[in-house]
Write a protein that binds this ligand. Structure first.
Ligand code: FE2
Length: 456
């Protein structure tokens, strides 16, 4: 079975090949067409043969579950992933219970699948150089970096080396990064283990407790928690009882208090700046918007921070069938089938959570239903006007726009958070009072950071 060694096994249609060819070199992929092929060959599978095995939803559920049992008997330690193309009938918990290490729902999960697969392979299996985002705040100042770090320039779609391996990480270099609104630095995929070792050593030196995490790890945990919550809502194999709905609400509340609002009361603006520029796929978008909405709520002194964060997590649930790259362009240019989903998604998102008996507050429900309404009456779905749109819905709208205006998109210049807020305040989407408050709030913080030498 030498021809199988050191490869990723794909079981299913060409769709999986299309997905992984962006990061796996062709000669490191082997494909088996379906269950019959696996049944004929599985006796030769053993741990250490394949890097990982990915099975897609072209196999029926029964076939996929049986394939998992056969594969796990022969090669229990080889990571085994399930990839579904459709939300209908997606039951991740059932798949994980039956032997799969993880289940992914396309297209939203494409980035997560990529990183899970990359963690299983050796460096020579990579098709291209692959970069991973980390938080600049995790880089220990004064220490020599043990790996190259890069910044991403969206307009030129280029990664440029910023701190070469063996060079000291200085305060000045990191401040320059913050001044130019780079919320992320990038590392070569093969250096990720060095990054975690380097930052862990630093945390130990700082006498941090064993459960102290880097900001990069915290962000990953937040994305994982949000993804798992969304999966619980989608999961066709989970019950739809009042108790399970209550449990989900408690999970939402825990995510908000552990990862979003914890420690943010002191300096919501610094937290917001640190959270800018995320680019880790579908769930990173959801968690970023949730974080922005909560932090602006704190800045404005509102009482409904938790409602804001929860509404942000839920408002675009029904958009999970839309290809992730469409989020980078105006929905008016989306293909007809997706345009339809877009126009009805606020209500559809509410329907999804209600089906699971997840009862959110009326403030959160209004925010979800009205997050695309505009103060000038040109929004949707109900063309509400002026103050008939709730305050929370308007803040959620700001958070979504802030994300879209500041996220690095190849070929597009990104705006600074302050430029973005100035634009949003004047574009008719929110009330003039809220716009003025936000501009004042951002310019006060922005200004005080200039004085401290923190920001330009
Ligand atoms: Fe939306």
């Amino acid at each position: 079975m030498d021809e199988w060694k050191g490869k990723v096994l794909l079981i299913g249609t060409g769709f999986l090949e299309q997905i992984v060819k962006n990061y796996l070199s062709k000669e490191k992929i082997i494909t088996m067409q379906g269950f019959k092929d696996v049944e004929a060959k599985f006796e030769n599978f053993q741990d250490g043969l394949f890097f990982s095995i990915i099975c897609d939803s072209s196999l029926s559920e029964a076939e996929a579950l049986e394939a998992a049992q056969l594969i796990k008997c022969q090669s229990p330690k080889t990571p085994l992933f399930y990839v579904s193309q459709k939300r209908e009938g997606f039951a991740p918990k059932k798949f994980i219970k039956n032997g799969f290490n993880d289940a992914f729902l396309m297209p939203f999960d494409e980035e997560n699948l990529k990183f899970k697969v990359l963690d299983t392979i050796s460096a020579d299996a990579l098709a291209n150089r692959t970069f991973r985002a980390v938080r600049p705040i995790d880089m220990p100042i004064g220490a020599e970096s043990t790996f190259d770090t890069f910044v991403f320039l969206p307009l030129n779609n280029k990664y440029v080396k910023y701190i070469p391996s063996g060079t000291e990480v200085t305060q000045e270099k990191m401040q320059r990064l913050e001044r130019s609104n780079h919320g992320r630095m990038f590392l070569d995929q093969k250096d990720m283990s060095k990054f975690f070792e380097h930052t862990a050593n630093h945390l130990i030196k700082m006498n941090a407790t064993s459960n102290t995490m880097t900001e990069t790890e915290k962000e990953e945990k937040l994305n994982t928690a949000v993804r798992s919550l969304v999966f619980d809502i989608f999961d066709a194999s989970q019950d739809e009882s009042i108790d399970s709905g209550k449990e989900m609400l408690v999970t939402c509340q825990k995510i908000v208090s552990n990862y979003i609002t914890h420690g943010s009361e002191d300096d919501w603006y610094a937290m917001l700046i640190k959270n800018m520029g995320g680019s880790g796929g579908g769930y990173n978008r959801v968690s970023s918007i949730s974080t922005y909405a909560a932090l602006m709520g704190i800045g404005l002194g509102l009482g409904s921070i938790e409602d804001l964060a929860i509404a942000a997590m839920m408002c675009d649930l029904a958009l999970s069938d839309v290809p992730i790259e469409l989020f980078d362009v105006d929905p008016k240019t989306w293909p007809e089938e997706y345009k339809k989903i877009y126009e009805t998604h606020p209500q559809q998102s509410i329907n999804l959570i209600k089906k699971k008996k997840l009862v959110v507050s009326s403030a959160a429900e209004k925010a979800i239903l009205q997050h695309h309404e505009r103060f000038d009456g040109k929004g949707f779905p109900s063309q509400r006007h002026g103050h008939s749109i709730s305050q929370e819905a308007q803040i959620l709208s700001v958070a979504l726009q802030l994300y879209d205006l500041t996220v690095p998109v190849p070929g597009k210049a990104k705006k600074t958070p302050f430029q973005a807020i100035e634009e949003i305040a004047k574009n008719g989407s929110i009330s003039p009072e809220l716009g003025n408050n936000l501009i004042k709030m951002f310019s006060d913080k922005h200004g005080s950071n200039i004085k401290k030498g923190k920001s330009a």
